[in-house]
Every structure is written in structure tokens, then in C-alpha cells.
Ligand binder design. Structure first.
Ligand SMILES: Nc1ncnc2c1ncn2[C@@H]1O[C@H](COP(=O)(O)OP(=O)(O)OP(=O)(O)O)[C@@H](O)[C@H]1O
Length: 171
């Protein structure tokens, strides 16, 4: 990979509530630039923000995975570390991108795609022993939750984020 960190933007379509409220779309996504404007001024004087890649309202998780995540997972299979980190305000589409939509192949999430990708690669490789470890953490309102723990085990205690040589990153 040429760069260590890539920042991409995915813009979601307006939801039913926004359409019902007659909200205006005040962003446009073209090439690597997102333009956003004041709804009172219109799109003539937008603010421009440049990213490594941008994906508009019609983009699919399939395309984003192939462009962005596929090369990262390939590098993980070669032994490098990689992180796919989604960030944004509530309702912007983080879960939609990572977990995806059941029964919609084009919108299947990044997590399932990465798992399929890794286990497919392992299944067609001979002579190499792989160890796959998984942790599933959520940071929400400054609190960390281990999404693989059952609710009884959580016991209401907030988790801390730790890294140890044996366990890797754990909550
Ligand atoms: N690209 C998209 N295309 C169509 N619908 C989308 C898209 N992104 C998000 N949505 C829809 O918008 C709603 C909010 O998305 P989502 O739950 O993924 O947001 P979130 O960022 O995970 O929110 P929160 O931080 O509150 O958990 C959902 O109903 C989801 O299906």
C-alpha cells in the first residue's frame, strides 16, 4: 500500500423521516471531493472537503469493499496489521456499512465480507498454518462494550481497553 492511512467518506441517502420533513440535500459527492453548502445560500458557494475516496448515496458496500477493504484484507493475509474504522454521528450508516443488510448481497456488510475473504483464502492455501482471532468491540459515548460477551457476563461494569502480547486487544 502506498499510504498508511486512507480516509474515505460514504454519504447515505436521505431516510424516510428526512424526506417526509422535506429536507434538502446539501452535499454533493464527486471524485474525491465532498461539497457542502448552507441551504439558505444554495450550492454556488460550497465548502469543499477532499478525501482519499468518496462514495455517494447510490454506492454499494460491495464496491466499497472491493476498492478499499479488499487490499487491506489481502495485506492481513500476508501478515500485516490493518484496521477498518468507521466513524460518524448517530444514524449516518456505520452499522449499515459494517454489518450490512440481510438478504441484500450488494449491501452485505464489510465484516461478513472480510470473514468470507479470509476463510476462503485459508481454504485454498496449503502448507501455511493460520490462526484467526476475533474481537468485537463498540465504543459508544466513551464506554467500551465487548459485543461478544453475554449480558450476564457484562454485569454493568464498564470495560477498559487493554492490549497484551497473548490476547491482543481485549475489552
Ligand atoms: N448507504 C445507505 N443506504 C441506505 N440506507 C442506509 C445507508 N446508510 C444507512 N442507511 C440507513 O440509515 C439508518 C441508520 O443507519 P445505521 O444504523 O447504520 O447508522 P449508525 O451510524 O450505525 O447509527 P448509530 O451510531 O446510532 O448506531 C438505517 O435505517 C440504515 O438502514
Amino acid at each position: 500500500m502506498a499510504e498508511n492511512v486512507k480516509v474515505i467518506v460514504r454519504c447515505r441517502p436521505m431516510n424516510k423521516r428526512e424526506i417526509d420533513l422535506n429536507c434538502q440535500c446539501v452535499v454533493s459527492v464527486k471524485n474525491c471531493v465532498v461539497e457542502a453548502w448552507d441551504p439558505h445560500e444554495g450550492p454556488c458557494f460550497p465548502k469543499q472537503f477532499t478525501f482519499d475516496s468518496t462514495y455517494d448515496q447510490d454506492s454499494t458496500t460491495e464496491v466499497i469493499y472491493n476498492d478499499i477493504c479488499y487490499p487491506l484484507v489481502e495485506s492481513v493475509l500476508e501478515g500485516y496489521n490493518a484496521t477498518i474504522f468507521v466513524y460518524g454521528q448517530t444514524g449516518c450508516g456505520k452499522s449499515f456499512t459494517m454489518e450490512g443488510v440481510k438478504d441484500n448481497i450488494a449491501q452485505k456488510g464489510v465484516i461478513s465480507r472480510a470473514f468470507e475473504h479470509i476463510f476462503e483464502a485459508i481454504s485454498v492455501t496449503s502448507g501455511i498454518k493460520y490462526l484467526a482471532l476475533v474481537s468485537y468491540l463498540e465504543i459508544y459515548n466513551e464506554h467500551i462494550r465487548d459485543l461478544l460477551l453475554t449480558s450476564e457476563k457484562l454485569n454493568g461494569t464498564p470495560l477498559t481497553l487493554k492490549e497484551s502480547p497473548c490476547e491482543g486487544v481485549t475489552g
